[in-house]
Design a binder for this molecule. Sequence first.
Ligand SMILES: Nc1nc2c(ncn2[C@@H]2O[C@H](COP(=O)(O)OP(=O)(O)O)[C@@H](O)[C@H]2O)c(=O)[nH]1
Ligand SMILES: [Mg+2]
Length: 422
Amino acid sequence: MAMRTRLTWLQEKCLQRYFGEKRFCLLYKASVQKFSEQDLFSNCQDQGPTMILLYSKNCVIGVYLQYGFRKTYVSTTFFALQNTEFSQYARGRYLPASLFCDGSDFLILLSERTVTISSEICQKLRLLPPQQSTMSIQECEAFRCEELLDERKTSGIVLLRSNLLEDLSTYKPYGDLVHQTRILLLGPIGAGKSSFVNSVRSVFRGRTMHQALVGCEINGTSDKYRTYSIMSKNVSGSLPFLLCDSLGLSQGAGLHIDDIRCILNGHTPDRYQFDPMKPITSNHPNYIHDPSLKDKIHCVVFVFDVNSVEQLSHGLVAKIKEIRKELMKCGILHLALLTHVDSLELITKGDLIDIYNCNPVKLKLEAVQRAFGFEFSDILVVSNYISEWELDPVKDILILRALKEILYTANEFLEDFPLNKK
Ligand SMILES: Nc1nc2c(ncn2[C@@H]2O[C@H](COP(=O)(O)OP(=O)(O)O)[C@@H](O)[C@H]2O)c(=O)[nH]1
Ligand SMILES: [Mg+2]
C-alpha cells in the first residue's frame, strides 16, 4: 500500500520553515506498517536526520533527531504544531531508543498508542494541560529529512541553466527583420520592472548588476523611458534584444496611455523624461517622426508584484485592460510576469525549482487570469536579484525561462508583421 503522509501542505511548509529547507521522505507510518517500536526502528535505522510525528486529536507532536536513529546519543528537539502555530524545545542529547522506554521524560508507547510528556516539555511546547500528560495518538509517522538542494539536484540545476543560456545564445530576431527585438516592460510602480532589467543583465554578465535604478520613481530618477542593451560575458557586442523600462502605471497619474501608444509605435526616444500630465508630442526635439520596425515594440510584458496583484485598484485594472485592448488592436503579443515570488508566504527555495506547480503560486496565476484574462501559459514567474552579491542558479533558471518565452513571443509578432502591415 502506498504511504502518504497525514500532514497537510501547510503543516509541511511550517515544518520546512523551522527545519531549514528540508524535504521529508516518509519512512514509516504506523497505520500502514504496524504500531510497533521494532517496525519503526527497522525502517528508520541509520537514515540520517529523522523526524517522528505523533498525531493526537488536537495537535501534532514531533521529535527531530539531528543524526537520526543511532545507537549513540544524538541532539534531539521536541516540537508541537497546533494548527500552524509551531513551538519547539531543543532538549539536548538523547539515546533515540530511550524515547520508547520507561523512565524517559518523553515516552512513546506505540503498542498502546500513547505518548507521555513531562510537565517541563509540555510547558515549553505550550501544550495544555501544562502538567505531565499522557495523550492518545491516532497515527505515528517517521521521515528522513533530506536537504532540498543536495549535490545531485544542484548539478541538475547548473546543467539546466547552461542549456537555457545556450538556447538563448542562438536566439535571433525572426527573419533578421530587426537587429534587436524590443521588449517593453509595463506595470504598476514597484512591480519589479527595473529589477527585472537588472536581473537579466546580471545573469548574462555572470555577476549581480544594479544599473537600472530600482525603487526611485517617487524622487524622479526613474521616470525616464530607458532602453537597455544587454551584454554577455561570453559574446562580444550586445545581445539581440533590448529591454525598455518605463514609468510605472497608476490609476490617475503614472504613464499616460498616449505615451504608451507613442512608445509602441516607436516615436519615443531613449531617455525621454515623462510628464504624467502631458504626453509626448511631435514637437518634442527628440521625437522620432518616421519610426521603422526596429523602433517599434515587438512584445509587451506586464510586470506585477505577486503579493499585491489581487489588491490593484479597480481603476488600474481597467487601465491595464484598456492597454491590452490597444495591444490586441495593433497585433502586439503580450505576457504577464510575476515578480517577488520569493517573498510569497511559505515559499521556500526548494519551491522555486518547481514554482509553477507550487500551490500558492497556482492561486496567483488563477487570480491574474481572472483579473486580466491571460492564459496560464502567458504568465511567467521570477524572483529578481535585489541586493544579492552572488548569482543563484535557481533564480537564473526562472529569469532565463521567462526571457526565452518573451523573446520567442516577440518573434511570433515579427513573423506575423508583414501581414499586420497590409
Ligand atoms: N523580494 C523581492 N523584491 C523585489 C523583487 N523585484 C523587485 N523587488 C523590490 O521591489 C521594489 C521595487 O522594485 P523596482 O524594480 O524598482 O520596481 P519598478 O517600479 O517596477 O521598476 C524594490 O525595493 C526591489 O528591490 C523580487 O522578485 N523579489
Ligand atoms: Mg523602475
